[in-house]
Design a protein around this ligand. Structure first.
Ligand code: GDP
Ligand code: MG
Length: 644
């Protein structure tokens, strides 16, 4: 296991990992949404957080009234055998300030004022304090503002919400280890810091408790840390911090004596007492959490870098003159046209394989075939008894001429009626198709213009106006088509004669049933099944012609429907092709480039959002590249060590 190998050879191997993580923290990769393994110190106010850090670092930190921590303090402790005295510096807002043990309080206060203002407000921008000292453990910890429930004088009203928000931001990520500082003088379950850590780590799996002020409340401490009624998964370490003006060394001696000699405290297992134990536990935990998290961090950095880079590449160049803007605009028109050709004409959907609504050719085919299936395949009839509609029309068409001529006018009247019943259908499909094409064109257009919001609405209007025009033309076309069907009856389709002749073979049989009253009144006809003809005996004079007309209509109807479907389909395809291949581009150029160059000039005014986005992406790419370099170095190490 990489983790164990790392823990064993701690000194050689952990430092570089820790450095890498610290450098990532310094680069603010957390701003990119990458969480770093972090030990976060939380505790109620005056629980002794700063004192614990002080003990770990062997230095003095700001303390007392008004100078409690108001911003997160990242403490990087580095053991340095060559440092004869502690070397300290602060890093914040991309500056580095050297300081000394005596000056640290003032330096931190100054930095705090610079970050969080002079009042008592808090901020979540951290200060980093680097401490290089002989004998300190290699540890990075974050000290957070203490949890106050009530705003003290001069603090903002919502101080509790502000602090909880900051603390939650640090302890919620699963990469964080929570170091919960509890004062031995209080009842643990009442601690606000326990409530908070339980919210994000209910089983305490990543929570370690430090119990401070053991010297002040030794009674019952053994029981408190053994019973563990607040669920601290990583265990308890009881400590005694510096009291009053003690030096660091004195404080450690006092602590040792306390846990060795105190009648109650000496009963607590030695693996649970003293700052050195705490330091050791923390370095171990830190090593394993870093080893555990790094591979994932590397993966995330790669992913984010990849995404930021492709976003950046997808961004338009900043346009500085009309010529460039014109080039860009013409390029967009060209790719728009290609996309529309693919979708609406060729039916190739590689650009948006999963967006069915943009698969133009397929959707239009569906609309046309559903239109075709809505047109009745047989000539519509009324509910009247068989042939009575024809009979009535024929009776009105009687004139002074020989009775055995089929009056063509009767046929035309009936044909008009039948065509009239379906004359709205072609309009409906045409409207639906144009609505769809407009919608699709605008969606695809907006994709190509996503970086140029300044010309989106103008371009959309162009599409809308063009399609309104084309749709009006289609309306006219369909009107004409219907009018042609209404005004004449013609087809060169040989099927018509063939079907009519077949139908007419039954005419003799049909007439027999009408004229010979002894015959049954039901006749079986291929196209209509079994029909009742008894009622036609009263209209025997026109029955023969009625039969003929019905057969003609029936045979002819197929041709009418075929023309209405084919005509509409061809018209739609033709119109869309024209639109995609030339009209749209012409209109766009007229409106956006045209004599005024309105669109071109707008292209030059880059929206602030685009500029900001480009800057942000550039920074992000730069930062992630650096981060990648940092982790690449240490990952080699993990792989090598892990393989041992
Ligand atoms: P913070 O607000 O959590 O940072 O708490 P501080 O570290 O400022 O400590 C609050 C007070 O408790 C200070 O007066 C410290 O001297 C005191 N204190 C902290 N730890 C101990 C300890 O182990 N023993 C004693 N006796 N006092 C302590
Ligand atoms: Mg403090």
């Amino acid at each position: 296991m990489a983790g164990n190998a790392l823990v064993r050879s701690y000194n050689d191997n952990i430092r570089p990992l820790l450095d890498a993580v610290d450098r990532l923290r310094h680069l603010k990769v957390t701003d990119e949404g990458i969480q770093l393994p972090t030990i976060v110190v939380v505790g109620d106010q005056s629980s002794g957080k700063s004192s614990v850090l002080e003990s770990l670092a062997g230095i003095s930190l700001p303390r007392g009234q008004g100078i409690c921590t108001r911003v997160p303090l990242v403490m990087r402790l580095q053991g340095d055998p060559d440092a004869t005295e502690p070397l300290l510096h602060l890093e914040y807002r991309s500056k580095t300030v050297e300081t000394t043990e005596a000056g640290i309080t003032e330096a931190i206060n100054e930095a705090t004022v610079e970050i969080a203002g002079a009042g008592k407000g808090i901020s979540d921008a951290p200060i980093t304090l680097v401490v290089k000292k002989k004998g300190v453990p290699d540890l990075t910890l974050v000290d957070l503002p203490g949890i106050t429930r009530v705003a003290v004088h001069g603090q903002p009203e919502d101080i509790y919400e502000q602090i909880s928000h900051t603390i939650m931001g640090y302890i919620a990520p699963k990469e964080s280890i929570i170091l919960n500082v509890l004062s031995a003088t209080v009842d643990f379950p009442t601690c606000e810091s326990i409530r908070m850590s339980q919210k994000v780590d209910p089983l305490g799996e990543r929570t370690l408790a430090v119990v401070t002020k053991s010297d002040k409340a030794p009674e019952g401490l053994l029981e408190k840390v053994t019973v563990d009624d607040v669920r601290i998964g990583l265990g308890y370490v009881c400590v005694r911090n510096r009291v009053g003006d003690e030096t660091y060394e004195q404080a450690r001696d006092e602590e040792k004596r306390l846990f060795n000699l105190h009648p109650l405290l000496s009963q607590i297992d030695k693996s649970m007492t003293g700052i050195p134990v705490l330091a050791h536990r923390l370095t171990q935990i830190q090593a394993s959490i870093i080893a555990k998290c790094l591979p994932d961090i590397v993966k995330k950095i790669d992913e984010k870098l990849h995404r930021s880079m492709s976003d950046l590449n997808g961004m338009p160049q900043k346009l500085s003159n009309r010529a460039d803007a014109l080039k860009a605009i013409l390029h967009i028109f060209k790719v728009l046209r290609e996309s529309l050709e693919m979708s609406l004409i060729k039916g190739e959907y590689g650009e948006f394989p999963d967006e069915q609504s943009l698969h133009g050719a397929a959707r239009i085919y569906e609309m046309i075939s559903s239109y075709s299936s809505e047109l009745p395949s047989n000539c519509p009839t009324t509910d009247d008894p068989f042939l009575m509609e024809e009979v009535r029309v024929l009776e009105e068409a009687k004139g002074i001429w020989l009775p055995n001529f089929l009056p063509r006018s009767a046929f035309c009247v009936l044909l008009k009626r039948k065509v009239g019943t379906i004359s709205q259908k072609p309009h409906e499909v045409i409207n639906a198709v144009w609505d769809y094409v407009e919608n699709l064109t605008i969606q695809i257009l907006l994709r190509h213009l996503q970086n140029y919001p300044q010309i989106q609405s103008l371009s959309q209007r162009v599409v809308h106006n063009l399609i309104t025009k084309l749709s009006a033309k289609s309306y006219e076309f369909v009107m004409n088509m219907i009018e042609m069907e209404l005004c004449s009856d013609y087809t060169s389709n040989p099927d018509y004669m063939k079907r009519w002749t077949e139908f007419m073979e039954k005419q003799g049989h049909f007439m027999e049933a009408i004229e010979d009253h002894s015959k049954p009144t039901k006749v079986s006809l291929e196209a209509f099944g079994e029909v009742e003809v008894g009622h036609l005996r009263a209209h025997a004079d026109v029955a023969e012609q009625a039969f003929d007309i019905r057969m003609r209509l029936t045979a002819y109807w197929k041709s009418v429907v075929l023309r209405l479907v084919d005509g509409v389909a061809l018209h739609i395809l033709h119109s869309i092709k024209n639109m995609v291949e030339s009209q749209l581009e012409v209109e766009l150029i007229n409106e956006l480039v045209g004599p005024e160059m309105a669109g071109v000039d707008r292209m030059l005014e880059e929206s602030p959002a685009t500029a900001t986005k480009r800057d942000r992406l550039k920074k992000s790419v730069e930062l992630l590249r650096q981060s990648k370099g940092i982790v690449a170095n240490v990952m080699d190490r993990i792989v090598v060590e892990g393989g041992k």
